[in-house]
Design a protein around this ligand. Structure first.
Ligand code: ADP
Ligand code: MG
Length: 258
């Protein structure tokens, strides 16, 4: 797998997800190239979070394949058959993606810096000093230089979300997944978080982002998908979809949010 690799950073093939009898994802295909930003929009309940959770194996898919840089996730192919990986192997694979949620989920009893270095120290056994230096550089990267000693309750929502982004970056993910990262924020704090995400995009990070910030989607997305009812209804360049949606369902959704 070394040398020239043409495999997409993220490849979803025929993904289905059932929660019990409920068919939440009904055959999703998607490809995200390295360095590309894919934004998913769509009504509540359409399966956007489920899709992100399937990409990083917080949910097991019911059918289909997830590949990251060509590598099958959750299974191993042997003699043409699929074998489930162990929990430990799945946890290892999960580190290839960094997830940022709507709620920041920081550890309340740890400082910002401790939150950022927890994974590198506990999981990757990085020496403390090295982890702290890297952690401070990451906090600086998200605009929080000097705030490493603050506890989450001493930070604004926008600052907490930026710590959460630094924490995800600390594990050196190949792909960053954002699930409505600004939905829980006061309006005046949205911009500072979107700016950090924009910087990551500019730096070439491969990302998939669920958001209701349509203006931001237009600006940052290489590729926009509109989901409804567990399927990707429409997929393409943001300017095409946002100004010239082909599907009635997309048009109806956009007429409500634009
Ligand atoms: P979105 O993020 O687009 O709002 P979700 O992926 O959260 O949508 O949910 C898609 C559908 O799956 C919804 O109808 C939701 O109620 C259902 N769903 C999500 N998670 C679960 C779960 N753990 N158990 C049962 N149903 C779920
Ligand atoms: Mg959701």
């Amino acid at each position: 797998m070394h040398g020239i690799s043409v495999a997409p950073a993220v490849e979803l093939l025929g993904i289905h997800k059932f929660y019990g009898d409920f068919h939440a994802l009904r055959g999703v295909d998607l490809s995200i190239a390295r360095g590309e930003v894919c934004v998913a929009i769509g009504p509540s309940g359409s399966g956007k979070s489920t899709l992100l959770r399937c990409i990083n194996q917080l949910e097991m898919i019911s059918a289909g394949q997830v590949r990251l840089s060509g590598v099958l996730q959750g299974y191993r192919e042997l003699d043409g058959r699929l074998h489930e990986l162990s929990q430990r192997q799945i946890s290892e694979q999960r580190r290839r993606t960094g997830m940022v949620f709507q709620r920041f989920n920081l550890f309340p009893h740890m400082t910002a810096l401790q939150n950022v270095i927890e994974g590198p120290v506990q999981v990757r056994r990085q020496p403390g000093r090295q982890a702290r230096e890297r952690g401070m550089a990451l906090l600086e990267r998200v605009g929080l230089a000097g705030l490493g000693d603050r506890y989450p309750n001493q930070l604004s929502g926008g600052q907490q979300q930026r710590v959460a982004i630094a924490r995800a970056l600390a594990m050196d993910p190949e792909v960053m997944l954002f699930d409505e990262p600004t939905s829980a924020l006061d309006p005046e704090l949205v911009g500072e978080v979107l700016d950090v995400i924009k910087d990551l995009a500019r730096a070439g990070m491969t990302m998939m982002l669920v958001t209701h910030e349509i203006g931001f989607a237009r600006e940052v997305a290489d590729h926009l998908i509109f989901m409804d009812n567990g399927v990707v209804v429409e997929s393409g360049k943001p300017q095409d979809i946002l100004t010239n949606a082909r599907e009635a369902r997309t048009q109806a959704f956009l007429s409500k949010v634009l």
